[in-house]
Ligand binder design. Structure first.
Ligand code: GLU
Length: 416
Protein backbone atom coordinates (compact mmCIF):
# COMPACT_ATOMS: atom_id res chain seq x y z
CA UNK A 1 0.00 0.00 0.00
CA UNK A 2 1.21 3.47 -0.75
CA UNK A 3 -0.23 6.04 1.63
CA UNK A 4 0.31 9.06 -0.58
CA UNK A 5 -2.69 8.11 -2.73
CA UNK A 6 -6.24 9.09 -2.02
CA UNK A 7 -8.13 6.33 -3.84
CA UNK A 8 -11.27 8.39 -4.17
CA UNK A 9 -9.41 11.28 -5.81
CA UNK A 10 -7.98 8.74 -8.26
CA UNK A 11 -11.44 7.51 -9.26
CA UNK A 12 -12.64 11.11 -9.59
CA UNK A 13 -9.74 11.92 -11.93
CA UNK A 14 -10.55 8.84 -13.98
CA UNK A 15 -14.12 10.05 -14.42
CA UNK A 16 -12.84 13.45 -15.56
CA UNK A 17 -10.46 11.89 -18.04
CA UNK A 18 -13.10 9.58 -19.50
CA UNK A 19 -15.61 12.45 -19.57
CA UNK A 20 -13.18 14.62 -21.54
CA UNK A 21 -12.64 11.86 -24.09
CA UNK A 22 -16.38 11.51 -24.45
CA UNK A 23 -16.76 15.33 -24.63
CA UNK A 24 -19.37 15.20 -21.87
CA UNK A 25 -20.69 18.41 -20.34
CA UNK A 26 -19.07 19.56 -17.13
CA UNK A 27 -22.29 19.15 -15.14
CA UNK A 28 -22.65 15.44 -15.89
CA UNK A 29 -18.94 14.88 -15.18
CA UNK A 30 -19.37 16.61 -11.82
CA UNK A 31 -22.43 14.51 -11.04
CA UNK A 32 -20.62 11.24 -11.85
CA UNK A 33 -17.65 12.18 -9.64
CA UNK A 34 -19.68 11.81 -6.43
CA UNK A 35 -21.59 9.06 -4.63
CA UNK A 36 -25.30 9.77 -4.42
CA UNK A 37 -25.64 8.61 -0.81
CA UNK A 38 -23.27 7.98 2.07
CA UNK A 39 -24.12 6.54 5.45
CA UNK A 40 -21.86 6.55 8.48
CA UNK A 41 -22.86 4.89 11.74
CA UNK A 42 -21.45 3.38 14.90
CA UNK A 43 -22.20 -0.17 15.93
CA UNK A 44 -22.06 -1.11 19.62
CA UNK A 45 -21.26 -4.81 20.02
CA UNK A 46 -21.01 -6.77 23.24
CA UNK A 47 -17.68 -8.59 23.06
CA UNK A 48 -16.83 -11.97 24.58
CA UNK A 49 -15.14 -10.27 27.55
CA UNK A 50 -18.47 -8.63 28.47
CA UNK A 51 -17.41 -5.13 27.40
CA UNK A 52 -19.17 -3.15 24.66
CA UNK A 53 -17.00 -2.09 21.76
CA UNK A 54 -18.05 0.65 19.35
CA UNK A 55 -17.25 -0.01 15.70
CA UNK A 56 -17.32 2.64 12.96
CA UNK A 57 -19.15 1.54 9.86
CA UNK A 58 -20.14 2.88 6.43
CA UNK A 59 -22.32 2.18 3.43
CA UNK A 60 -21.82 4.14 0.22
CA UNK A 61 -24.38 4.05 -2.61
CA UNK A 62 -22.69 5.44 -5.65
CA UNK A 63 -25.28 5.74 -8.34
CA UNK A 64 -28.86 4.56 -8.94
CA UNK A 65 -29.38 5.56 -12.58
CA UNK A 66 -28.81 2.05 -14.00
CA UNK A 67 -30.20 0.06 -11.07
CA UNK A 68 -30.03 -0.47 -7.31
CA UNK A 69 -26.69 -0.03 -5.56
CA UNK A 70 -24.61 -3.22 -5.38
CA UNK A 71 -21.33 -4.13 -3.76
CA UNK A 72 -19.50 -5.79 -0.95
CA UNK A 73 -19.11 -5.13 2.75
CA UNK A 74 -15.58 -5.51 4.08
CA UNK A 75 -14.36 -5.94 7.62
CA UNK A 76 -10.99 -4.26 7.72
CA UNK A 77 -8.91 -1.88 9.79
CA UNK A 78 -7.80 0.15 6.79
CA UNK A 79 -11.13 1.59 5.68
CA UNK A 80 -12.36 5.15 5.77
CA UNK A 81 -14.89 7.24 3.88
CA UNK A 82 -12.60 7.79 0.90
CA UNK A 83 -11.46 4.18 0.44
CA UNK A 84 -15.09 3.06 0.45
CA UNK A 85 -16.21 5.87 -1.86
CA UNK A 86 -13.55 4.75 -4.31
CA UNK A 87 -14.60 1.11 -4.06
CA UNK A 88 -18.27 2.06 -4.49
CA UNK A 89 -17.33 4.06 -7.60
CA UNK A 90 -15.45 1.04 -8.99
CA UNK A 91 -18.61 -1.03 -8.52
CA UNK A 92 -20.62 1.51 -10.52
CA UNK A 93 -18.06 1.42 -13.35
CA UNK A 94 -17.82 -2.37 -13.14
CA UNK A 95 -21.56 -2.97 -13.49
CA UNK A 96 -21.63 -0.50 -16.38
CA UNK A 97 -18.71 -2.22 -18.19
CA UNK A 98 -20.48 -5.57 -17.77
CA UNK A 99 -23.67 -3.81 -18.87
CA UNK A 100 -25.78 -5.28 -16.07
CA UNK A 101 -28.64 -3.28 -14.50
CA UNK A 102 -27.04 -2.38 -11.17
CA UNK A 103 -25.45 0.69 -9.65
CA UNK A 104 -22.42 0.66 -7.38
CA UNK A 105 -22.09 0.45 -3.64
CA UNK A 106 -19.66 -0.58 -0.93
CA UNK A 107 -19.69 -0.88 2.81
CA UNK A 108 -17.21 -1.47 5.51
CA UNK A 109 -16.67 -1.86 9.20
CA UNK A 110 -13.37 -0.76 10.75
CA UNK A 111 -12.34 -3.82 12.73
CA UNK A 112 -9.73 -6.53 12.93
CA UNK A 113 -11.64 -9.74 12.16
CA UNK A 114 -8.54 -11.85 12.94
CA UNK A 115 -8.91 -10.85 16.59
CA UNK A 116 -12.65 -11.52 16.80
CA UNK A 117 -14.51 -14.71 17.66
CA UNK A 118 -17.25 -16.16 15.44
CA UNK A 119 -19.85 -14.93 17.94
CA UNK A 120 -18.46 -11.40 17.87
CA UNK A 121 -18.40 -11.43 14.06
CA UNK A 122 -22.01 -12.61 14.00
CA UNK A 123 -23.11 -9.86 16.37
CA UNK A 124 -21.21 -7.28 14.33
CA UNK A 125 -22.85 -8.51 11.10
CA UNK A 126 -26.29 -8.33 12.66
CA UNK A 127 -25.59 -4.88 14.14
CA UNK A 128 -24.56 -3.67 10.69
CA UNK A 129 -27.89 -4.78 9.21
CA UNK A 130 -29.86 -3.19 12.03
CA UNK A 131 -28.15 0.08 11.18
CA UNK A 132 -28.68 -0.05 7.39
CA UNK A 133 -31.88 -2.04 7.04
CA UNK A 134 -33.95 0.97 5.95
CA UNK A 135 -31.50 1.82 3.19
CA UNK A 136 -30.89 -1.62 1.68
CA UNK A 137 -33.26 -4.06 -0.05
CA UNK A 138 -33.74 -5.94 -3.31
CA UNK A 139 -34.70 -2.74 -5.11
CA UNK A 140 -32.42 -0.33 -3.21
CA UNK A 141 -29.02 -1.76 -2.41
CA UNK A 142 -27.80 -5.37 -2.30
CA UNK A 143 -24.63 -6.13 -0.29
CA UNK A 144 -22.30 -9.10 -0.80
CA UNK A 145 -19.02 -10.26 0.76
CA UNK A 146 -15.70 -8.51 0.26
CA UNK A 147 -12.42 -8.58 2.19
CA UNK A 148 -12.78 -10.69 5.39
CA UNK A 149 -16.48 -11.34 4.91
CA UNK A 150 -17.94 -14.50 3.34
CA UNK A 151 -21.13 -16.49 2.70
CA UNK A 152 -21.57 -17.08 6.45
CA UNK A 153 -21.50 -13.30 7.03
CA UNK A 154 -24.18 -12.98 4.35
CA UNK A 155 -26.29 -15.68 5.98
CA UNK A 156 -26.29 -13.78 9.29
CA UNK A 157 -27.02 -10.51 7.51
CA UNK A 158 -29.89 -11.96 5.49
CA UNK A 159 -31.36 -13.60 8.59
CA UNK A 160 -31.21 -10.33 10.52
CA UNK A 161 -32.81 -8.43 7.63
CA UNK A 162 -35.63 -10.97 7.25
CA UNK A 163 -36.22 -10.91 11.01
CA UNK A 164 -36.61 -7.13 10.91
CA UNK A 165 -38.88 -6.94 7.85
CA UNK A 166 -40.77 -10.11 8.85
CA UNK A 167 -40.77 -11.74 5.44
CA UNK A 168 -38.55 -13.86 3.22
CA UNK A 169 -36.31 -11.80 1.02
CA UNK A 170 -33.23 -13.87 0.28
CA UNK A 171 -32.17 -11.60 -2.60
CA UNK A 172 -31.24 -8.79 -0.17
CA UNK A 173 -27.63 -10.03 -0.16
CA UNK A 174 -25.70 -12.20 -2.60
CA UNK A 175 -22.99 -14.85 -2.36
CA UNK A 176 -25.05 -16.59 0.30
CA UNK A 177 -24.63 -20.28 1.14
CA UNK A 178 -26.58 -22.34 -1.39
CA UNK A 179 -29.17 -23.75 1.07
CA UNK A 180 -30.20 -20.13 1.77
CA UNK A 181 -30.70 -19.03 -1.84
CA UNK A 182 -27.11 -18.82 -3.05
CA UNK A 183 -26.38 -19.63 -6.67
CA UNK A 184 -24.23 -22.24 -8.33
CA UNK A 185 -20.97 -20.78 -9.53
CA UNK A 186 -20.81 -17.70 -7.28
CA UNK A 187 -17.73 -18.77 -5.30
CA UNK A 188 -15.76 -19.24 -8.53
CA UNK A 189 -17.30 -16.34 -10.39
CA UNK A 190 -14.66 -13.65 -9.80
CA UNK A 191 -11.82 -15.97 -10.79
CA UNK A 192 -13.78 -17.40 -13.72
CA UNK A 193 -14.49 -13.89 -15.00
CA UNK A 194 -10.75 -13.16 -14.85
CA UNK A 195 -10.00 -16.38 -16.74
CA UNK A 196 -12.48 -15.44 -19.46
CA UNK A 197 -10.75 -12.06 -19.84
CA UNK A 198 -7.31 -13.75 -19.91
CA UNK A 199 -8.56 -16.25 -22.50
CA UNK A 200 -9.75 -13.48 -24.81
CA UNK A 201 -6.61 -11.39 -24.25
CA UNK A 202 -4.40 -14.38 -25.04
CA UNK A 203 -6.25 -14.84 -28.34
CA UNK A 204 -5.94 -11.16 -29.29
CA UNK A 205 -2.29 -10.75 -28.20
CA UNK A 206 -1.17 -14.26 -29.15
CA UNK A 207 0.03 -15.26 -25.70
CA UNK A 208 0.00 -18.86 -24.48
CA UNK A 209 -2.25 -19.16 -21.39
CA UNK A 210 -0.50 -22.44 -20.55
CA UNK A 211 2.59 -20.52 -19.44
CA UNK A 212 3.60 -19.51 -15.91
CA UNK A 213 1.35 -17.52 -13.64
CA UNK A 214 1.68 -15.75 -10.32
CA UNK A 215 -1.01 -15.00 -7.73
CA UNK A 216 -0.45 -11.99 -5.49
CA UNK A 217 -2.95 -12.25 -2.63
CA UNK A 218 -3.94 -15.84 -1.84
CA UNK A 219 -7.37 -14.87 -0.50
CA UNK A 220 -10.71 -16.05 -1.83
CA UNK A 221 -10.37 -14.83 -5.46
CA UNK A 222 -6.63 -15.58 -5.54
CA UNK A 223 -7.12 -19.14 -4.31
CA UNK A 224 -9.87 -19.83 -6.85
CA UNK A 225 -7.82 -18.52 -9.76
CA UNK A 226 -4.72 -20.42 -8.62
CA UNK A 227 -6.72 -23.65 -8.66
CA UNK A 228 -8.78 -22.96 -11.78
CA UNK A 229 -6.16 -21.54 -14.15
CA UNK A 230 -4.54 -24.88 -15.13
CA UNK A 231 -7.91 -26.66 -15.28
CA UNK A 232 -9.50 -23.94 -17.40
CA UNK A 233 -6.63 -23.70 -19.87
CA UNK A 234 -5.53 -27.32 -19.72
CA UNK A 235 -2.11 -26.24 -18.47
CA UNK A 236 -0.15 -23.45 -16.81
CA UNK A 237 2.20 -23.42 -13.85
CA UNK A 238 1.78 -21.45 -10.65
CA UNK A 239 5.31 -20.30 -9.78
CA UNK A 240 4.76 -17.80 -6.98
CA UNK A 241 2.11 -16.66 -4.53
CA UNK A 242 1.79 -14.29 -1.61
CA UNK A 243 -0.50 -13.13 1.15
CA UNK A 244 -0.26 -10.51 3.87
CA UNK A 245 2.35 -12.60 5.72
CA UNK A 246 4.85 -13.02 2.87
CA UNK A 247 5.63 -14.59 -0.50
CA UNK A 248 6.85 -17.92 -1.85
CA UNK A 249 8.39 -19.01 -5.14
CA UNK A 250 9.29 -22.21 -6.93
CA UNK A 251 10.19 -21.93 -10.62
CA UNK A 252 9.39 -25.64 -11.05
CA UNK A 253 5.82 -24.99 -9.96
CA UNK A 254 3.69 -24.96 -6.82
CA UNK A 255 0.77 -27.34 -6.45
CA UNK A 256 -2.23 -25.00 -5.97
CA UNK A 257 -4.28 -27.65 -4.14
CA UNK A 258 -1.49 -28.46 -1.70
CA UNK A 259 -0.89 -24.75 -1.21
CA UNK A 260 -4.55 -24.19 -0.42
CA UNK A 261 -4.51 -27.01 2.13
CA UNK A 262 -1.37 -25.46 3.68
CA UNK A 263 -3.00 -22.03 3.80
CA UNK A 264 -6.16 -23.39 5.43
CA UNK A 265 -4.07 -25.25 7.99
CA UNK A 266 -1.54 -22.55 8.86
CA UNK A 267 -3.32 -19.35 7.88
CA UNK A 268 -0.64 -18.34 5.37
CA UNK A 269 1.25 -19.39 2.24
CA UNK A 270 4.59 -18.93 3.99
CA UNK A 271 6.62 -22.00 4.98
CA UNK A 272 5.02 -24.05 2.20
CA UNK A 273 7.17 -27.07 1.50
CA UNK A 274 9.46 -27.03 -1.54
CA UNK A 275 9.20 -23.28 -1.94
CA UNK A 276 11.63 -20.51 -1.23
CA UNK A 277 10.35 -17.57 0.73
CA UNK A 278 10.54 -14.10 -0.80
CA UNK A 279 9.29 -10.65 0.06
CA UNK A 280 5.59 -10.35 -0.57
CA UNK A 281 6.15 -7.27 -2.78
CA UNK A 282 8.68 -9.19 -4.91
CA UNK A 283 5.99 -11.58 -6.05
CA UNK A 284 4.60 -8.87 -8.32
CA UNK A 285 7.93 -8.53 -10.09
CA UNK A 286 8.46 -12.16 -11.05
CA UNK A 287 8.92 -13.02 -14.68
CA UNK A 288 5.69 -14.86 -15.57
CA UNK A 289 3.23 -14.78 -18.43
CA UNK A 290 0.24 -13.86 -16.33
CA UNK A 291 0.11 -11.96 -13.06
CA UNK A 292 -3.08 -11.98 -10.99
CA UNK A 293 -3.00 -9.12 -8.45
CA UNK A 294 -5.67 -10.35 -6.04
CA UNK A 295 -4.96 -8.46 -2.83
CA UNK A 296 -5.62 -4.82 -2.04
CA UNK A 297 -5.48 -1.38 -3.61
CA UNK A 298 -2.37 0.36 -4.99
CA UNK A 299 -0.11 -2.71 -4.99
CA UNK A 300 1.33 -1.76 -8.39
CA UNK A 301 2.47 1.82 -8.14
CA UNK A 302 5.16 4.15 -9.45
CA UNK A 303 7.80 2.48 -7.28
CA UNK A 304 7.46 -1.00 -8.76
CA UNK A 305 5.67 -0.55 -12.12
CA UNK A 306 8.96 -0.53 -14.00
CA UNK A 307 9.88 -3.90 -12.48
CA UNK A 308 6.69 -5.70 -13.55
CA UNK A 309 7.55 -8.35 -16.13
CA UNK A 310 4.30 -10.24 -16.76
CA UNK A 311 2.77 -10.14 -20.22
CA UNK A 312 -0.79 -9.90 -18.89
CA UNK A 313 -1.87 -8.33 -15.60
CA UNK A 314 -5.34 -9.59 -14.71
CA UNK A 315 -6.69 -7.46 -11.87
CA UNK A 316 -8.80 -9.63 -9.61
CA UNK A 317 -8.35 -7.10 -6.80
CA UNK A 318 -10.13 -3.76 -6.82
CA UNK A 319 -7.87 -0.82 -7.61
CA UNK A 320 -4.50 -2.65 -7.53
CA UNK A 321 -2.78 -0.32 -10.01
CA UNK A 322 -2.26 3.42 -9.58
CA UNK A 323 -2.64 5.86 -12.52
CA UNK A 324 1.14 6.45 -12.83
CA UNK A 325 1.70 2.71 -12.92
CA UNK A 326 -0.96 2.35 -15.64
CA UNK A 327 1.04 4.66 -17.91
CA UNK A 328 4.26 2.74 -17.22
CA UNK A 329 2.67 -0.67 -17.92
CA UNK A 330 1.08 0.65 -21.11
CA UNK A 331 4.43 2.03 -22.32
CA UNK A 332 6.03 -1.37 -21.59
CA UNK A 333 3.36 -3.08 -23.70
CA UNK A 334 2.06 -5.07 -20.72
CA UNK A 335 -1.60 -5.92 -21.24
CA UNK A 336 -3.60 -4.86 -18.21
CA UNK A 337 -7.07 -6.32 -17.79
CA UNK A 338 -8.50 -3.59 -15.57
CA UNK A 339 -10.40 -4.49 -12.40
CA UNK A 340 -13.72 -3.10 -13.63
CA UNK A 341 -13.56 -5.67 -16.42
CA UNK A 342 -11.40 -8.48 -15.02
CA UNK A 343 -13.19 -8.96 -11.70
CA UNK A 344 -16.72 -8.17 -12.92
CA UNK A 345 -17.54 -11.90 -12.89
CA UNK A 346 -18.37 -11.75 -9.18
CA UNK A 347 -21.01 -9.08 -9.40
CA UNK A 348 -22.38 -10.53 -12.64
CA UNK A 349 -23.10 -13.85 -10.94
CA UNK A 350 -24.47 -11.86 -7.99
CA UNK A 351 -27.02 -10.46 -10.41
CA UNK A 352 -27.82 -14.02 -11.50
CA UNK A 353 -28.32 -14.91 -7.83
CA UNK A 354 -30.75 -12.00 -7.37
CA UNK A 355 -32.69 -13.07 -10.46
CA UNK A 356 -32.94 -16.69 -9.26
CA UNK A 357 -33.93 -15.60 -5.73
CA UNK A 358 -36.70 -13.44 -7.19
CA UNK A 359 -38.49 -16.48 -8.61
CA UNK A 360 -37.06 -19.14 -6.26
CA UNK A 361 -35.95 -21.30 -9.15
CA UNK A 362 -32.30 -22.11 -9.60
CA UNK A 363 -30.09 -22.64 -12.63
CA UNK A 364 -27.47 -25.35 -12.97
CA UNK A 365 -23.79 -24.42 -12.91
CA UNK A 366 -23.40 -24.84 -16.65
CA UNK A 367 -26.14 -22.24 -17.27
CA UNK A 368 -24.56 -19.78 -14.81
CA UNK A 369 -21.13 -20.17 -16.40
CA UNK A 370 -22.43 -19.94 -19.96
CA UNK A 371 -24.34 -16.74 -19.24
CA UNK A 372 -21.35 -15.27 -17.40
CA UNK A 373 -19.11 -16.10 -20.34
CA UNK A 374 -21.39 -14.35 -22.79
CA UNK A 375 -21.53 -11.14 -20.72
CA UNK A 376 -17.80 -10.94 -20.01
CA UNK A 377 -16.64 -11.90 -23.49
CA UNK A 378 -18.77 -9.08 -24.86
CA UNK A 379 -17.44 -6.66 -22.23
CA UNK A 380 -13.85 -7.64 -23.04
CA UNK A 381 -14.28 -6.93 -26.75
CA UNK A 382 -16.13 -3.66 -26.16
CA UNK A 383 -13.17 -2.47 -24.06
CA UNK A 384 -10.66 -3.89 -26.53
CA UNK A 385 -12.30 -2.06 -29.44
CA UNK A 386 -12.24 1.16 -27.41
CA UNK A 387 -8.49 0.72 -26.73
CA UNK A 388 -7.86 0.48 -30.47
CA UNK A 389 -10.31 3.12 -31.65
CA UNK A 390 -9.30 5.76 -29.11
CA UNK A 391 -5.66 4.69 -28.67
CA UNK A 392 -5.89 4.80 -24.88
CA UNK A 393 -4.66 2.47 -22.16
CA UNK A 394 -7.03 -0.33 -21.09
CA UNK A 395 -8.25 1.28 -17.85
CA UNK A 396 -9.14 4.50 -19.58
CA UNK A 397 -10.89 2.50 -22.33
CA UNK A 398 -12.95 0.61 -19.74
CA UNK A 399 -13.78 3.88 -17.97
CA UNK A 400 -14.87 5.44 -21.27
CA UNK A 401 -17.26 2.52 -21.86
CA UNK A 402 -18.61 2.74 -18.29
CA UNK A 403 -18.91 6.51 -18.04
CA UNK A 404 -20.67 6.71 -21.44
CA UNK A 405 -23.27 4.16 -20.26
CA UNK A 406 -23.89 5.78 -16.91
CA UNK A 407 -24.03 9.28 -18.40
CA UNK A 408 -26.59 8.08 -20.93
CA UNK A 409 -28.77 6.57 -18.18
CA UNK A 410 -28.61 9.85 -16.22
CA UNK A 411 -29.45 11.87 -19.34
CA UNK A 412 -32.43 9.66 -20.23
CA UNK A 413 -33.79 10.00 -16.70
CA UNK A 414 -33.45 13.74 -17.04
CA UNK A 415 -31.08 14.08 -14.09
CA UNK A 416 -28.52 16.16 -15.95
N1 GLU B 1 -17.09 -7.69 -3.62
C1 GLU B 1 -17.16 -8.08 -5.00
C2 GLU B 1 -16.60 -6.99 -5.90
O1 GLU B 1 -15.86 -6.16 -5.45
C3 GLU B 1 -18.56 -8.54 -5.41
C4 GLU B 1 -19.60 -7.50 -5.42
C5 GLU B 1 -21.02 -8.05 -5.51
O2 GLU B 1 -21.22 -9.17 -5.92
O3 GLU B 1 -21.92 -7.30 -5.12
O4 GLU B 1 -16.82 -6.99 -7.08
Amino acid sequence: MNDSYNPFEITQKQVEEAGLHLKLDEDIIEHLKWPQREYKFTLPVKMDNGKVKTFHAYRIQYNFARGPAKGGIRFSLDENLDTLRALAALMAWKTAVADIPLGGGKGGVCCNPREMSQRELEYLSRAYIRAVCDFIGIDKDIPSPDISTNPQTMAWMMDEYETIIRKHQTGVVTDKPQPLGGTEGRRDATARGGLIAVREACKVYKIDPKGNYVVQGFGSAGQRVALSHPIYFGGGKLIAASDSQGGIINEKGLDPRELLIHKLKTGSVIDFKEAQSIDREEVLEINADILYPSARENAINKNNANSIKAKIVCELANGPTTPEADEVLYSKNIHVLPDILANAGGVTVSLFEMVQDSYSYFWDEETVNRRLDRILTKAFHTVENTIRERKVHPRLAAMIVAVARLAEACRLRGWV
